[in-house]
Design a protein around this ligand. Structure first.
Ligand SMILES: C[S@@+](CC[C@H](N)C(=O)[O-])C[C@H]1O[C@@H](n2cnc3c(N)ncnc32)[C@H](O)[C@@H]1O
Length: 203
């Protein structure tokens, strides 16, 4: 089972790893660029970084990054990327994000990864994400809604819009897009998607 999951993630990394950074990350980075001194050293954690489509962009913009993924092959692919800047301030860690400790950061980025957290541990993970953000820090990423086709899988977290609004109540919402449509997954399977794309700032 574990081997199949790993093989299937490798297929995902091969198909998506070279794609452009997620719009949620770019939106958050543009907000930081508007308000911060370019000399200030900012730190991000990329939870479930995969093969690094977002991590690379953070490194390219001079951020210090801790990239965490449960799959060793994700970190190996990231480390092997020819577009990883030679002066990147990058630390990597093969660990489940529910178990990881990443300290204080300016940005928690989680592109399509948090829904893969089991629902029993998601509330605690979200609390730790919130606490780890410095004042003025941001969360950027995706959560899955309750009408997503995978809802009901006990290993995944799906939330209603109201539940997501409650999660975000102590943050300033800067970007909030609810997407619901039929499309294929990166692995080529048709799927009904219900996704919330989020950038939120800690006051
Ligand atoms: C859908 S991919 C997204 C990858 C990348 N963030 C992106 O935006 O393309 C989800 C990634 O999260 C990782 N992942 C899933 N559950 C995880 C967990 N509990 N802890 C750490 N990583 C996890 C997977 O190994 C995979 O690399």
């Amino acid at each position: 089972m574990t081997e199949n999951v790993s093989v299937s993630w490798q297929e995902y990394y091969a198909k998506t790893g070279q794609r452009s950074p997620r719009p949620t990350l770019l939106y958050a980075l543009d907000r930081f660029a508007e308000e911060r001194d370019p000399e200030e050293q900012l730190k991000a954690v990329d939870l479930g970084c995969g093969s690094g489509r977002d991590t690379i962009e953070l490194c390219r913009r001079g951020w210090a990054v801790l990239a965490i993924d449960a799959e060793a092959s994700a970190i190996e692919s990231l480390r092997a990327r020819p577009d990883l800047p030679t002066d990147a301030m990058l630390e990597t860690c093969v660990e489940r994000f529910e178990d990881a400790d990443w300290g204080e950061v300016n940005l928690v980025n989680a592109g399509f990864s948090l829904p893969l957290c089991p629902p029993q541990v998601f509330p605690d993970l979200w609390k730790r994400i919130f606490r780890s953000l410095r004042r003025g820090g941001r969360f950027a990423g995706q959560l899955y809604g309750d009408r997503d086709e995978w809802a009901g899988d006990p290993t995944l977290t799906h939330l209603t819009r109201a539940q997501i609004e409650t999660l975000l109540a102590d943050l300033e919402l800067e970007y909030f897009e609810e997407e619901e449509d039929d499309a294929v997954t990166p692995r080529g399977k048709p799927k009904h998607w219900h996704i919330f794309h989020i950038v939120a700032r800690k006051p």
